[in-house]
Design a binder for this molecule. Structure first.
Ligand code: DC
Length: 225
């Protein structure tokens, strides 16, 4: 068994690339952002301020979040038994997730769920603190990044393709705000570890980005070793 950690800012292509790698290596892709999004979703459904530490901490005892995988290893996130995988993909949920993820009790709450999956499966796990906190012994640690403009453009295209009405400038502003939030919080801020291999995909076509990451993994992974 082995683990690959892939951290980086929003919209760097982590999920698309990690999915492709998972398929190629026949391992599970774990999207940890979905867990934070599920907590954010629950908080918003209860009309809570997602930055309020006491309110959000109090909510945690009402929440059960689980990840499940179908026969094709496609992940679903269950919030108190309900599959919320699609509902958590809006810009509003992105910001709610970023807010609740700065709260230490929330990070602690979601820690075991993330670690347990890697105890029984080979995984490629994406997030912000996978290499530093969740899987410090991961065989390969990648920090995937790209310019804010590139990342906003990809997010924008993704959301438009899903039929959402969004403006590029709003997405860019969101990306920058989330970058700031995620990298300036006190707990587990977004940053590469000393062991992380930094891959900057600015200006890359998707295929090139996947190839680059795949090569980094193959060069650094001694499967079975
Ligand atoms: O990867 P994502 O965009 O779905 O993540 C949503 C938010 O959750 C992101 O702004 C920061 C937070 N997050 C985190 O703090 N730690 C993780 N391992 C994954 C996500």
């Amino acid at each position: 068994m082995f683990a690959i950690a892939i951290d980086g800012p929003a919209g760097a292509g982590k999920s698309t690339i990690a999915k492709a790698v998972a398929k190629e290596l026949s391992i599970i892709y774990v999207d940890t952002g979905a867990l934070y999004r599920a907590v954010g979703y629950y908080a918003l459904s209860k009309d809570k301020d997602t930055t309020n530490v006491e309110d959000i901490t109090a909510l945690l005892s009402e929440i059960k979040v689980e990840l499940s995988y179908d026969e094709n290893n496609v992940q679903s996130v269950l919030l108190n038994g309900e599959n919320v995988s699609d509902k958590i993909r809006t810009p509003e949920m992105s910001m709610a997730a970023s807010n609740v993820s700065a709260i230490p009790s929330v990070r602690k709450f979601l820690f075991d769920t993330q670690q347990n999956i890697a105890k029984t499966n080979s995984v490629i796990m994406d997030g912000r603190d996978i290499a530093s906190v969740v899987l410090p012994n991961a065989e390969v640690k990648i920090f995937l990044t790209a310019s804010p403009e590139d990342r906003a453009r990809r997010r924008y295209t993704e959301l438009i393709e899903k039929g959402m009405k969004v403006e590029y400038d709003d997405i860019l502003e969101d990306v920058k705000k989330r970058d700031y939030n995620d990298s300036h919080r006190e707990i587990a801020p977004l940053k590469p570890t000393d062991e992380s291999i930094i891959v900057d995909t600015t200006g890359f076509e998707l295929e090139d980005a996947i190839d680059t990451v795949m090569n980094v993994i193959i060069n650094n992974l001694s499967i079975g070793g």
